[in-house]
Design a protein around this ligand. Structure first.
Ligand code: DC
Length: 227
């Protein structure tokens, strides 16, 4: 299945389940998987390390341009930037707090989009992010825009954090998700919006497996030519 589709773009707001669903889908199809969020996080981590001011667009852009991100291991789960393996650090609260600021810098986006397109050139790839269908891969064979209410997404993220041993309040997680949604969808460079030809997938109340099955159905429709 999916033989006529070389790349699948999955976009949507924070904690919509894109990464888990994208990974499962890639495994089913025998495709590679790329979560572009980790690239914005890696540059944010580097900027914090090097004490680059978060309002210096030029320096942030240079940092992204001169620091290629290496994605190693199974499905790019090991993120190497500037010679350091930083996969764990990418979830640091400090990175969480600053990543939306870094992601709104056009020079940063330009540098990362170039890397993302290079990685997609070989095809057979599921790419997950915010602007994949609109900017990075406008010719993707299938574009999916996943969404769910901020409350449901906060609940999922809160449970995930608690399972990882973090002691956080649900209300705090909800507040941060709303702030991130606002920043991601109101920035001037590549704001979070569904591509005109994206299929909207409301995931409220659905399990990850159910969402994967729905996307596999969409692929079948496209391959049959009635999508
Ligand atoms: O998906 P995530 O939470 O790991 O994304 C981290 C940040 O990067 C988030 O603020 C949105 C931004 N991002 C983006 O602007 N474009 C992408 N293609 C992926 C992520």
């Amino acid at each position: 299945m999916g033989s006529q589709i070389r790349v699948i773009a999955i976009d949507g707001p924070v904690a919509a389940g894109k990464t888990v669903v994208g990974l499962k889908l890639a495994e089913r199809l025998g495709f590679q998987f790329l979560d572009t969020g980790v690239m914005y996080r890696a540059i944010t981590w580097l900027a914090l390390q090097q004490a680059v001011p978060m309002d210096d667009s030029h320096l942030l852009g240079e940092l992204a341009r001169l620091s290629p991100i290496d994605l190693k291991g199974h499905n790019g789960s090991q993120v190497v930037v500037s010679g350091r393996e930083v996969s764990r650090e990418l979830r640091d609260p400090d990175v969480e707090r600053h990543v939306s600021l870094v992601a709104q810098v056009p020079q940063v986006r330009q540098a990362l989009v170039m890397q993302q397109r290079r990685l997609a050139a070989a095809g057979k790839l599921v790419m997950v992010g915010r602007d994949i269908g609109t900017v990075v891969l406008p010719d993707a064979g299938l574009k999916v825009f996943m969404s769910a209410s901020s409350e449901e997404r906060a609940r999922r993220r809160w449970q995930e954090m608690r399972q990882r041993g973090r002691d956080v309040e649900y209300q705090q997680v909800l507040k941060e998700i709303k702030e991130r949604d606002y920043l991601d969808s109101h920035r001037s460079a590549s704001p979070l919006v569904p591509a005109r030809d994206a299929r909207l997938l409301e995931t409220e109340g659905l399990t990850e497996e159910q969402v994967v099955v729905l996307i596999l159905g969409m692929i079948q429709e496209v391959c049959r030519g009635d999508g």
